[in-house]
Design a protein around this ligand. Structure first.
Ligand code: PEP
Ligand code: MG
Length: 760
């Protein structure tokens, strides 16, 4: 069986027609309007190899040392040339051309020709064959030529390398070729069956532009943006974009970007009737696959909409539920993890094994590593995106990338193995997926939904967490935040590359103090007169070890429960003193916007002692300098009254640690990450108790853990009466909106209650 029509296939036919072919069959069977087509089966490829006596030759040519990249490239080139030059056996040729004629009702129609890998059980199907796609193929000759190119894609250097390294038999891995009629679209676009930015499941987002879908998918054309209510199928929101250009198929059959006729540029692309039709297809798809879908659609000559692509939106699910995503044109998902900083960027991969290799990363590269550390910040600044194997939402890579405003994915588990140096990838930090190739599709989306709004004033202050002393970042954030709720000093210190003790004992304390003062000043100055809470050093021992002079760091069974925060600061007061000296220089320069914040306290005596040292150095008491603690241990929350007695201006919830210690869950352990939630009633109860006590005693309250960026938690905090919240840089605006809405809601509720009281 050389040919199989979509209408004859189901999802169980992967061995015969590959993943892509089976998916199209499944959609056709389910009554979904996919453009018609057929698959040249894996059997056809197998008989081509057999009939042309290629097996032996291939076997010989594949005897190559795959670690010798030049030899591997040469072998791949030779094999591909051979396959592409070998004539197609008559029988296959006849079957293919007959099917092609049938598809076009006797005419030479334009088709898309795509390879469809059968080895879906491999960890990454792209290793079974390159995802080749030939759009706008027309005529038998061209079809047969492109079909052979798809076949030969089974022998890219990467595919050969992978199969040899993993012991797969080349002759057992087959490839099918999908041939599908191309829709000559007047309008086309994408659809997400859940809201991609907010995750709301009752909404569906459609985007559309004039002409072929390429403009929307590649991000070159800003499309109209429509939000639909799934249940009622009513249009909730629309933004009509100026669509200056569009993609069309020209007389030579090539895709061309042309100027959109003036009268169409600002015209709404989709009628309400069409929006409802597309919405219904989205609902159908979602119920068919049982999962939210990311869909491409097209309308040709006023036809009903066609579906040209669908794939699951993975990150909305619980971890590890899903298999590999179905591949699209260059949109193969090759790595997944936790989306830690939103946005999309493409670039070549640079894998960093250690800090000596920092120079490898050039402007525009994607930095890939096991886990970043402060030494890597210069390279992180040059990167367009960051992917790590380890870490959660509060790891170094996550924090710094959010600050730098670049997309990042953490906790992928395998990025440094799957990705290779030089490989061009697209990092979608919102969805936590890495695509193969340069895909800008998603990039346009956040932009189309972002509408510039005037800043709202809120009674509850909205601050920002920072850790990189970068003037540009600081000034950008100072324009929208009410202060810095957490300046993480350890990122600055670890970034110096030399252990503070080594500076001090080596007679270079002055250098340490001066460097720290200069970095702190960047942020304090950018924010002046808005407050900056500078937190004294809190780095676990394992993070110090890699620094120059860090060789003597003790090995601890559990560094998270070990020698960190103020515990260490009091054991090595020379470090704490040096930090305070740097802060004092700022005070002496009349910066009146400083708060000193003590981390990881578990006993009031620790705070008393830290305060005494701060007084000794002369940082306090000073007019305007505030002194406070982080509430990160259940002990400090439960006994908050005793801490307040020491004399505090403010407290700030470190919910990353407070949650870790309350629930006994290592915050860096991906295995237990699914249990980690700040919304646990025990954590919220501790927070509420502390806020109540602080409000009674006139102590300001804030939050600088990750939960301060979560609108759901923020709503609760405003209700509890928190003084301020501090969010990650990318969340400040969203958090402010949440705060504003919650404050208004509370006021209304109160007013209603009062009115009801008066009328009774
Ligand atoms: C916290 O624990 O919530 C916090 C903000 O501190 P860090 O994440 O640096 O431990
Ligand atoms: Mg902490």
């Amino acid at each position: 069986m050389n040919i199989a029509w979509f209408s004859e296939l189901t999802k169980d036919d992967i061995p015969l027609v590959g993943g892509k072919g089976a998916n199209l069959g499944e959609m056709t069977k389910a009554g979904l309007p996919v453009p018609e087509g057929f698959v040249v089966t894996a059997k056809a490829y197998e008989s081509f190899i057999k009939a042309s006596n290629l097996s032996k030759k291939l076997e010989e040519m594949l005897r190559v040392d795959v670690d010798d990249s030049a030899k591997l490239q040469a072998a791949s080139k030779k094999i591909r040339k051979l396959i592409e030059a070998t004539p197609v056996p008559e029988k296959i040729k006849k079957d293919v051309t007959r099917a092609y004629k049938k598809l076009g009702n006797g005419k030479d129609v334009y088709v898309a020709v795509r390879s469809s890998a059968t080895a879906e059980d491999l960890p990454d199907a792209s290793f079974a064959g390159q995802q080749e796609t030939f759009l706008n193929t027309r005529g038998e000759e061209e079809l047969l030529k492109n079909m052979r190119k798809c076949w030969s894609s089974l022998f890219t250097p990467r595919a050969i390398f992978y199969r040899i390294k993993h012991g797969f038999d080349h002759s057992k891995v087959l490839i099918a070729v999908v041939v599908q009629r191309m829709v000559d679209a007047d309008k086309a676009g994408v659809m997400f069956t859940v809201h991609p930015a907010t995750g709301e499941k009752d909404k569906l987002v459609i985007e559309g532009a004039w002409g072929l879908g390429e403009g929307v998918v590649s991000g070159t054309v800003t499309p109209d943006h429509y939000v639909m209510d799934k249940e009622s199928e009513r249009l909730l929101e629309k933004e009509i974009a100026r669509k200056e250009t569009m993609f069309i198929r020209n007389s030579k059959g090539r895709t061309e970007q042309v100027e959109t006729p003036k009268e169409m540029q600002t015209k709404q692309v989709l009628s309400e009737e069409e929006l409802v039709k597309i919405t219904r297809l989205g609902k159908l798809l979602e119920s068919h696959y049982g999962k939210p879908q990311d869909v491409e659609w097209a309308i040709e000559d006023g036809s009903d909409p066609y579906l040209t692509q669908t794939r699951p939106i993975t990150v909305l699910y619980a971890e590890g539920e899903e298999k590999e995503e179905e591949a699209g044109e260059g949109r193969k998902v090759i790595v997944k993890g936790l989306g830690a900083s939103p946005g999309t960027a493409s670039g070549p991969v640079k894998i960093l094994q250690n800090v000596e290799e920092l120079d490898k990363v050039k402007e525009g590269d994607v930095l890939v590593t096991t886990m970043t550390n402060p030494d890597m910040v210069p390279a992180m600044k040059r990167a367009v995106a960051i992917v790590t194997e380890e870490g959660g939402m509060t790891c170094h890579a996550a924090i710094v990338s959010r600050e730098l405003g670049i997309p990042s994915i953490v906790g992928t588990g395998n990025a440094t193995q799957v990705l290779k140096d030089g490989m061009v990838i697209t990092v979608d930090g919102s969805r936590g997926v890495v695509y193969e190739g340069s895909v800008k599709a998603v990039e346009a989306k956040p932009e189309t939904v972002t509408v510039a709004r005037p800043q709202v004033i809120t009674a509850t202050e909205v601050k920002v967490n920072l850790s990189v002393p970068d003037e540009k970042v600081a000034r950008r954030m100072a324009a929208i935040a009410d202060g810095v709720g957490l300046l993480r000093v350890e990122h600055i210190i670890l970034g110096m590359g030399r252990h503070p003790i080594s500076f001090i004992q080596g007679g270079d304390e002055e250098e340490f103090v001066e460097r720290l003062y200069r970095d702190l000043k960047i942020v304090v100055d950018a924010f002046y007169p808005k407050i900056v809470y500078i937190r004294t050093l809190d780095a676990p021992t394992d993070e110090f070890r890699s620094m120059k002079g860090g060789e003597d760091e003790p090995y601890e069974h559990n560094p998270m429960l070990g020698w960190r925060g103020i515990r260490r600061g009091l054991d090595q007061p020379e470090i704490l003193r040096a930090e305070l000296k740097a802060i004092k220089r700022l005070v002496e320069e009349n910066y009146t916007n400083i708060g000193v914040m003590i981390p990881l306290v578990h006993h009031p005596d620790q705070v008393r002692e830290a305060k005494r040292i701060a007084e000794e150095v002369g940082v306090i008491p000073q007019r305007d300098v505030k002194f406070g603690i982080m509430v990160e241990t259940p002990a400090s929350a439960v006994a908050i009254e005793d801490f307040i007695k020491v004399g505090l201006d403010f407290i700030s919830f470190g919910t990353n640690d407070l949650t870790q210690y309350t629930l006994a869950l290592d915050r860096n352990n991906e295995r237990v990450a699914k249990h980690f939630t700040e919304k646990h009633p025990a954590v919220l109860k501790l927070i509420q108790g502390v806020i109540d006590a602080c409000n009674r005693h006139g102590v300001e309250t804030s939050i600088c853990g990750q939960a301060g960026s979560d609108p759901e938690v923020v709503k609760q905090l405003v209700k509890f009466g928190i003084t301020s919240v501090s969010a990650n840089p990318d969340a400040v605006e969203k958090v402010r909106e949440t705060v504003a809405r919650e404050e208004k809601r509370l006021l209304l509720e109160n007013a209603r209650r009062n009115a009801a009281g008066r009328s009774t």
